[in-house]
Ligand binder design. Structure first.
Ligand code: ADP
Ligand code: ADP
Length: 228
């Protein structure tokens, strides 16, 4: 059973040419894959359809065989707990500590206070920020800020993590470190989908790559083919 499936998905924003055209693919649990393509190719749109910040114009998106068209209203936040999201600009609350930023999804989900501290510290350790929980985001380096964004996306233990250009603001060394962090996730059961236009970085990761071109899925490259 696929964890995620796109069946003939198209998305057209009002007054534009299609951002996605007839896109179909499936992702198995525990995979890590990249979505690449030029600026405007449809990468962000594809991810938005997964975390339900947009809806398809045509076709079906399924998570665990459940049609996301049926996920509406109060079910949307429940769905989003299964799908962690990492943004390029991390979108942290600058007036809250690292701890509070990461705790927020748990508090919204109604996790008991006694659990929150434990879960936040575990995930901060995982991203290498165990000693920065009291810091404010602006006291951290760009790479550390992105790690906080990743910790926040992981704290609710989502089945699926989607990241939109997560290394777009980082130098190559930091980008590589963040990628190593993502690469460790499938082993603990989290499926990872990363949108990136940085082809050199994507190739180095030796994972499956979906290639978008003007909204069309033009290639689906396995790690073996990528190596060849
Ligand atoms: P990418 O992430 O690959 O840069 P996007 O998914 O952001 O691509 O954009 C795909 C196309 O859809 C582009 O032509 C873009 O201008 C358009 N688009 C993206 N978001 C919107 C929106 N909210 N409203 C209208 N057009 C949009
Ligand atoms: P990204 O590709 O990382 O989403 P963008 O700069 O393309 O970044 O988009 C930033 C925001 O602007 C998004 O919320 C997107 O929906 C919106 N947007 C992008 N392209 C368009 C467009 N052509 N018309 C209207 N809104 C757009």
């Amino acid at each position: 059973m696929a964890l995620l499936r796109f069946d003939n998905v198209s998305k057209t924003y009002a007054g534009s040419s299609p951002a996605l055209s007839d896109v179909s693919f499936a992702v198995e649990e525990g995979e890590m894959l990249f979505v690449t393509g030029h600026s405007g190719a449809g990468k962000s749109t594809l991810l938005r359809l997964v975390h339900l910040s947009e809806r398809p114009s045509r076709g079906t998106v399924l998570v665990n065989e459940r049609n996301l068209a049926k996920v509406r209203g109060r079910k949307v936040p429940l769905h989003r707990r299964q799908v962690g999201v990492v943004f390029q600009d991390h979108r942290l609350l600058t007036d809250r500590s690292v701890f509070d930023n990461v705790a927020l999804p748990l508090l919204i989900a109604g996790t008991p206070r006694s659990e929150v501290g434990k879960r936040v510290r575990t995930v901060l350790d995982k991203v290498g920020l165990g000693d920065r929980e009291r810091a404010l985001p602006l006291q951290l380096s760009t790479g550390e800020q992105q790690r906080v964004g990743i910790a926040r996306a992981l704290v609710a233990q989502p089945q699926l993590l989607v990241a939109d250009e997560p290394t777009g603001n980082l130098d190559p060394q930091l980008a590589a470190e963040i990628m190593q962090l993502f690469a460790a996730l499938p082993a603990s059961g989290t499926t990872v989908i990363i949108a990136s236009h940085d082809l050199a970085l994507v190739k180095r990761m030796r994972q499956r790559v979906l290639v978008l071109d003007h909204g069309k899925l033009v290639d689906d490259i396995s790690p073996e083919d990528l190596a060849a």
